[in-house]
Design a protein around this ligand. Structure first.
Ligand code: 6R9
Length: 648
């Protein structure tokens, strides 16, 4: 194996980082050998009404999965994010909001955050929202998205944020799965100079009684666009909170009360409502935020994610706010108005740590050094990456152009289900290798298993599992605990199966190789092939469809769809466009197929199972590596597909 390039810990940061190698090792060892003592001590990072005495009570057994942390503790998430900072830091900026259009900006202090969150919390109470009720949030990247989440947390309601890029059907499915009582949205969103019709999408989702659980839609007036209005349901945010006070006593919550539901794609069926509870989630996100971003009290931190994803929940709302941090909240996209936007925002706010995704890095990298041209990036101390494997070329570009060869990069591997960062370097403790997420965070025991369920030792490659529970682990799939068990604990009984493959090298560093199931990662967005397929076959001209990922320079993975049209349908460019638009509208623009290949038939086993392994190889132009095709019902299908692929 070729030796990997290494980046030692820069001397310049050795004296200032929170942890060095010995400290990391000592804490890691304790976290594994005595998790009870370790987490009992760490729990002091949060403020509790009732400090927990029972620390860990978790079982991954066959047929029974029960995960409880700090189960007799009581606390409130919004209190921990806001109120606890008011005594000393009321005037500190919590959120530097930077709008889509340069020049549009607003700074929100912790004091203001308290006021806005309390007002909305009181408004939600007026609408009858109570502890345990679900509230859907479908918002653009404005501070009000965070107010909405925190207002729910304050009164003990469970938020379910729906990414602003989802279409009406996807919104309705998520509302109905969680029986949400209220949805919070805005008239429109803005992205790269274009408007996004959020309220109209909500109207379509709710039309014809499609979402019977919803009693009200709270609508923020943002752009002032004309929107349809239903007096029975719709209420303007401003009018709702007009007579509400800026004081709202936080609800006392048990550590194991649910904090939120977040839907994510799996390899089969509809998206799953991943449930996170209060105590363990808050502690783990607070702690990872502090150590992974080497947080110092005067830092300006910036994560470019969207609150609609887990990264936005853990590292734009809960993690930074519990630490009392100042952060940038960005409405726009990295290349609007031009490719220097990220660098300009870094310069404007003197950002110290920047957390973004490989897809954004690759998009900028295509413009050479221009994305940093003429910008002062000297404030940056640390860079982070999340969402998908980062290829070494993109890593090197990020390090050289935005990091000016000075900033360590923390490549953080984790998932919606893990709640917080699991495998990551620590700036002062870990020598870096471009492309490797390196080593586990405290309390995390990663391991590699082969297909037969045997644990692999030493330098090896296999399926990535986690052997013991950690505080921010998802507790269940909303309304379907069986599915939770089947998805994560049945492949390898006794451990959590991540769905990712990984390699461990001679230094015990982990290299995530990507999903080993039918989940795609397109521009860092997780999409199930099953979801896209079911949208495709819902079209009247489609008989059958199979979706696979293929390597894509910018997106990481692109969406490749094999379509068998119905008899008598002309398969042409016009139909291709029609189908792309269809998926865009049915599901989301992020699910739009990149390539559509017509196919008379799909490679199937004799029992009728589509052999995706073969379709993936054809899409990737790797026909010489098809492997065993002897179990196919009709091997000639494959030759036809290859011939057509080659002609594209
Ligand atoms: C946080 C987040 C999870 C999936 C995960 C993996 C991929 C995320 C990664 C990474 C390699 C990293 N992933 N971070 N792969 N290196 N640093 O992205 O959550 O949307 O649930 O996606 O993303 O495949 O299984 P989520």
């Amino acid at each position: 194996m070729t030796a990997h390039k290494r980046y030692p810990i820069p001397d310049a940061i050795k004296d200032t980082t929170l942890l060095n190698e010995e400290q990391y090792q000592a804490m890691y060892n304790q976290s594994i050998s005595d998790p009870e003592a370790f987490w009992a001590e760490q729990a002091g990072m949060l403020e509790w009404y009732q400090a927990p005495t029972k620390i860990k009570n978790t079982r991954f057994g066959e047929g029974e999965v029960s995960i409880k942390w700090f189960e007799d503790g009581e606390l409130n998430a919004s209190y921990n994010c806001i109120d606890r900072h008011l005594a000393d830091n009321a005037k500190k900026t919590a959120i530097h909001w930077e709008g889509d259009t340069p020049g549009e900006a607003e700074a929100i202090t912790y004091q203001q955050l308290h006021y806005e969150v309390c007002k909305l919390a009181n408004g939600l109470k007026k609408l009858g929202v109570k502890k345990g009720d679900r509230v859907a949030i479908y918002m653009p990247m404005v501070p009000q998205a965070a107010y909405a989440m925190l207002a729910c947390a304050r009164i003990g309601a469970v938020h379910s944020v729906i990414f602003g890029g989802f279409s009406p059907n996807a919104i309705a499915d998520r509302i109905n799965d969680s029986d949400a009582k209220v949805i919070i949205t805005s008239d429109e969103g803005r992205r790269a100079g274009r408007s996004v019709p959020l309220k109209t999408n909500v109207d379509k989702a709710l039309a014809d009684g499609a979402c019977p659980s919803i009693t009200n839609a709270v609508v923020l007036k943002l752009t002032g666009a004309d929107v349809d209005w239903n007096d029975d349901v719709d209420v303007w945010w401003d009018e709702l909170v007009d007579d509400c006070t800026g004081q709202c006593e936080p609800e006392v919550m048990n550590a194991e009360d649910p904090l939120f539901i977040l839907y994510t794609s799996g390899s089969t069926g509809t998206p799953k409502g991943v449930v996170h509870t209060t105590g363990g989630y808050l502690l783990y996100t607070a702690m990872t935020f502090k150590y992974v971003f080497d947080y110092q009290p005067d830092d300006i931190y910036w994560c470019t994610a969207d609150v609609g994803w887990i990264t936005g929940h853990s590292y734009m709302v809960y993690g930074p706010l519990i630490n009392g941090a100042s952060q940038v909240f960005f409405e726009g996209v990295p290349n609007y108005p031009d490719v220097r936007r990220i660098a300009q925002v870094v310069e404007k706010y003197k950002v110290n740590s920047l957390y973004t995704a490989p897809t954004a890095i690759r998009a900028l990298m295509a413009h050479g050094d221009k994305p940093a041209e003429g910008c002062d990036l000297s404030s940056l101390r640390l860079l982070g990456s999340v969402g998908e494997p980062i290829n070494p070329e993109a890593w090197e570009w990020y390090h050289r152009v935005l990091g000016e060869n000075r900033c360590p990069i923390v490549d953080t591997w984790w998932q919606t289900e893990t709640g917080g960062i699991m495998i990551t370097p620590l700036a002062g403790a870990t020598e870096l290798k471009p492309g490797s997420a390196t080593r586990p965070f405290f309390g995390i025991e990663p391991a590699l298993f082969d297909a037969d369920g045997k644990e692999l030792e030493g330098a090896n490659e296999g399926n990535l599992v986690i052997k013991n529970s950690w505080p921010s682990q998802a507790r269940t799939v909303y309304g379907d605990h069986e599915r939770f068990i089947n998805t994560y604990f049945s492949t390898y009984p006794g451990v959590y199966f991540t769905g990712d493959g990984a390699r461990r090298d001679e230094d015990d560093y982990f290299w995530i190789t990507g999903r080993v199931d039918d989940v795609l990662n397109v521009s860092g967005h997780r999409l199930g092939t099953a979801e896209i397929e079911s949208a495709m076959v819902a079209h009247s001209k489609v008989a059958e469809a199979a979706v696979v990922g293929y390597p894509h320079d910018i997106k990481g993975q692109g969406i490749y769809v094999y379509v068998t049209p119905n008899d008598g349908v002309t398969a042409d460019e016009a139909l291709s466009k029609e189908l792309r638009d269809w998926v865009r509208n049915e599901l989301s623009p992020i699910a739009t197929p990149d390539k559509i290949q017509w196919s008379e038939g799909l490679p199937k086993t004799r029992s009728g199972k589509i052999m995706r392994r073969i379709l993936r190889k054809i899409a990737a132009n790797e026909h010489d590596q098809l492997g065993d095709t002897s179990t196919l019902a009709d091997p000639s299908v494959v030759d036809k597909l290859i011939a057509e692929r080659l002609n594209k």
